[in-house]
Write a protein that binds this ligand. Structure first.
Ligand SMILES: NC(=O)c1ccc[n+]([C@@H]2O[C@H](COP(=O)([O-])OP(=O)(O)OC[C@H]3O[C@@H](n4cnc5c(N)ncnc54)[C@H](O)[C@@H]3O)[C@@H](O)[C@H]2O)c1
Length: 417
């Protein structure tokens, strides 16, 4: 094959930016649109969600799809997305996406798990003060036309101890903020975590319960954290102390919490997440916590702020743009992680393949057959797929790409240069 025909083929198969088609659904924040436009990609925006059949129609011509939580991306839709390279979930969860089908279709999925960290931490701080000053009760009394000025059992939070269970992204932010308000902070985590400031790790939850005036939960939803806080743990908490749960609804036994509050063992609680949450706004909400004194109930709004929405737009769009431009998969929920260097004039081949033995040697043979030199090669795998990023020093990428695509094990191959 001549250099000229090589060039023609690689032009056919590579992705000039102006030909990248991006479809953003469900009113994704304008911060994402701005980033996509800056890149010179083609952008189409739809304000609502799409049904499966609508998505099947639209997905065929696009390279990048952005959704929030309502559009279901099924295996059927993914099978139609023959050009689809990447999928952005502009939200925290990815339950609405068939991740396995996405992997096996060679589609990298990105989300924004930490864009709302600060929003949650701020609400925790607000609620600690509100619980300590019994603000919700006072406000309800006033709305009911009753003046009830009282100082008894209302306290400053300065010099009180906050116990944080789960010292990850949110837990550490809460620890920083609490310390600036003069609280003593202790934490418990199943993983050894570096304490921030004067935050102090404790060896068990029991030690934390015994030390804390406020206990706040920031663990993930896992089989191990289901019912982490039940009657026994609540009993171990100090009389008159407060529990905050802005993590996941399955972590606390709500019946047991209601009992501890009715028995006035706890001074109050703030709960943002529930074992069963209504689907949409306007739906009814039932809970044994309704109507209890000094209990703040919120409809899973811990991370719901304008700033978080803006950050989600930026974070997911940046990851999508980087993946399209360099092949980087850092932060992807379904692809092995690769962070390749900038291209620097080289040709880069990106290949997603089934993770079976012998693929790499076949690929290397294809490269040596065209006498190209591999400048760098990164292979990352998970049990299902392998993701190979290979930089070549010669303009043979079109031929190599074509031959790699023909391998039975190849799922998706593209060229960047
Ligand atoms: N209310 C909201 O709107 C809202 C918003 C964002 C996140 N969240 C929830 O907040 C929680 C924390 O989020 P994050 O971003 O800080 O997560 P993260 O993964 O950064 O941190 C979780 C921490 O919990 C620790 N952990 C796990 N199991 C534990 C156990 N059994 N005991 C003690 N520690 C344990 C982990 O080691 C980790 O350090 C998650 O459940 C998330 O879904 C809620």
């Amino acid at each position: 094959m001549t250099a000229e025909s090589n060039r023609a083929q690689s032009e056919e198969t590579s992705f000039p930016k102006s030909q990248i088609r991006v479809l953003l659904l469900e009113g994704i924040h304008p911060s994402a649109q701005a980033l996509v436009r800056e890149q010179g990609f083609q952008l189409e925006v739809v304000s609502g969600a799409l049904s499966e059949s609508e998505l099947v129609d639209r997905i065929r011509d696009i390279h990048v799809l952005g959704i929030r939580s309502k559009t279901q991306v099924t295996a059927r839709a993914l099978a139609e997305g023959r050009r689809l390279l990447a999928l952005g979930a502009f939200c925290i969860g990815t339950n609405q996406i068939d991740l396995e089908a996405a992997s096996l279709s060679g589609v990298a999925v990105f989300n924004a798990p930490f864009s709302n960290t600060r929003s949650v931490a701020e609400l925790v701080m607000a609620e600690i003060v509100a619980l300590s000053r019994k603000l919700v009760d006072r406000s309800q009394e006033m709305h009911a036309g009753r003046w009830h000025k009282v100082a008894s059992s209302c306290r400053e939070i300065r010099n009180k101890t906050l116990g944080i269970i789960g010292y990850g992204h949110i837990g550490t932010q809460v620890g920083v903020l609490a310390e600036t308000l003069g609280m003593n902070v202790v934490f418990y985590d199943v993983v050894a975590r570096l304490p921030i400031g004067n935050n102090r790790p404790l060896g068990s939850m029991q030690e934390l319960f015994e030390a804390s005036d406020f206990v706040t939960l920031h663990v993930p939803q896992t089989p191990e954290t289901r019912g982490l806080i039940g009657a026994r743990q609540l009993e171990q908490m100090k009389p008159g102390s407060y529990l905050l749960n802005l993590s996941r609804g399955t972590v606390v036994d709500i019946e047991a919490l209601a009992q501890a509050l009715k028995a006035t063992h706890l001074g109050g609680a703030a709960v943002d997440v529930f074992p069963e949450e209504p689907e949409s706004n306007g739906d009814g909400f039932t809970s044994p916590l309704r109507g209890l004194r000094n209990v703040i109930l919120t409809p899973h709004v811990g991370g719901s702020t304008e700033e978080a929405q803006e950050a989600i737009g930026r974070e997911v769009a940046s990851a999508l743009v980087k993946f399209v431009n360099t092949g980087a998969t850092t932060g992807s929920v379904n692809f092995p992680e690769v962070e390749p260097p900038a291209l620097h004039g080289r040709h880069r081949i990106l290949n997603v393949h089934q993770n079976v033995p012998g693929v790499l040697s076949k690929i290397n043979r294809i490269v040596s057959d065209v006498q190209a030199n591999i400048e760098s090669q990164i292979l990352a795998t998970d049990p299902r797929i392998g993701y190979l990023v290979m930089d070549l020093n010669r303009e043979v990428s079109g031929e190599v790409r074509a031959n790699m695509s023909r391998l039975e094990t190849s799922i998706r191959t593209r060229v960047l240069y």
